[in-house]
Design a protein. Sequence first.
Length: 95
Amino acid sequence: MKILAIEKEMPGVADGDYKPWLEAEAKKAWELQQEGLIRELYFTDDHCAVLILEARDKAHAREIVNQLPLVQQKLIDFELLALTAYPGFARLFKA
């Protein structure tokens, strides 16, 4: 199942609070990508992370993002949205 994970910054976190954790964050994201759990990783124009995860369900997706150091340090969190394929094309092929 594909899960869209959208970063939510936590209130009261200063820009400098991230710095000690950024290398560990990149390393863990790389490991999760190599395991096939992070399929795609992007940043928005306001520098929030957007991940496409491959997970069994939303609970599994939560386990995946909880491995990230910035999440563990409570500097960021993620909103998780399950994605399903668009079924509307079937309307084009009605008998």
